[in-house]
Ligand binder design. Structure first.
Ligand code: FUB
Length: 325
């Protein structure tokens, strides 16, 4: 086992990177981040500052080895259905084929989730002609169940448009829910065998310790964006960003589809507005990948991926991480 340093330093500094989804494929650690662009465009709650146009994949043999940039693996120009904003991606392998899941705005400006496939975890990836039918919003994150069925959790408020789908169809004028109403949960989809469509979708509910739904006004605990599901000691852990309060928090359940019970904070606020993470196990330890804006001295759309060890207490709770200690 490697003696892991806890660098909390940018994974790479030759590109701005964000939204890291980390997995172990073929014995190595692969990281699928967004590739932030350096530009002077608008910065607003709609997320126009996140104007990304391509993806790079990174890998490490282990946590002591150099980071390899596998180069550009997919570009906006090659995706027929997408118009702009390649946001947070994730990847999965099924029957020897690698799949990159990614959100982008379609030609009507609505966020959808697409799939691209390739023969290697390092890419390149060829996009499917169309986005996944019935997909919407952002931040797809893969969870593979023990029977190898592939699930994707997704959804994000504000620029991510999740609240605009409350009726089941897209309504650009919808806001809310009201602060005293249950918060919206992330969605969970079961992928079809051919990885091209959603076989079924659910909304995940997140409850407090008394079994009551977390309310939309409870900004320290309610779901905002960036879901991630992992399993530890037989329990499902759903972790996510609280958006306006800038934390990564988590909830646990005995069932993948929930409901999940809120537990606490994994990562306290980082430099920059957004926070987004993934959790991966490698050689008997657990790691948190996340991003901040330290590489750009706090410019929100010029972020950098970092990682550190994640530790559990004996009761299964997760020790809170301060990104700067
Ligand atoms: O990178 C663009 C968006 O910012 C992501 O989709 C969100 O999770 C936030 O990190």
């Amino acid at each position: 086992m490697t003696n892991v340093p806890l660098p909390k330093q940018p994974l790479v500094s030759h590109l701005f990177t964000a939204d890291p989804s980390a997995h172990v494929f073929e014995g190595k650690i692969y990281i699928y981040p967004s590739h932030d662009l350096d530009h002077d465009g608008p910065d607003n709650d709609n997320g126009d500052q996140y104007a990304m146009e391509d993806y790079h994949v990174f890998s490490m043999d282990n946590f002591d080895s150099p980071v390899v940039d596998h180069g550009q693996v997919l570009h906006l120009n090659d995706i027929p259905w997408a118009s702009k904003q390649l946001w947070a991606p994730d990847a999965a392998v099924k029957d020897g084929t690698y799949y990159l899941f990614f959100p982008a705005r379609d030609h009507e400006g609505i966020f959808r989730i697409g799939v691209a496939e390739g023969a290697s975890p390092a890419g390149p990836f060829t996009p499917h002609e169309n986005y996944i039918k019935g997909s919407f919003s952002i931040d797809p994150a893969v969870y593979v169940e023990e029977d190898n069925s592939v699930y994707v959790s997704f959804g994000g408020l504000w620029g991510g448009q999740l609240e605009k789908w409350q009726s089941g169809t897209f309504d650009p004028n919808v806001t809310g829910p009201a602060p005293d109403e249950p918060a919206l949960g992330p969605r969970l989809a079961l992928m079809s065998e051919d990885m091209r469509s959603f076989q079924a979708t659910w909304e995940i509910s997140i409850l407090d310790e008394e079994g009551k739904p977390i309310l939309a006004g409870d900004e320290d605990r309610r779901y905002f964006e960036g879901p991630w599901i992992h399993k530890y000691n037989g329990l499902y852990y759903l972790s996510y960003s609280t958006g306006t309060t800038h934390k990564i928090v988590y909830a646990v359940s005995q069932n993948l589809k929930g409901p999940y019970t809120f537990k606490g904070t994994i990562l306290t606020p980082v430099i920059g507005w957004t926070t987004h993470h993934s959790i991966v196990s490698f050689e008997d330890k657990w790691y948190l990948f996340y991003h901040d804006c330290s590489l750009s001295d706090g410019v929100n759309h010029k972020r950098c991926v970092k990682y550190t060890e994640l530790r559990y207490n004996e009761d299964g709770t997760i020790q809170t991480i301060d990104p700067y200690k």
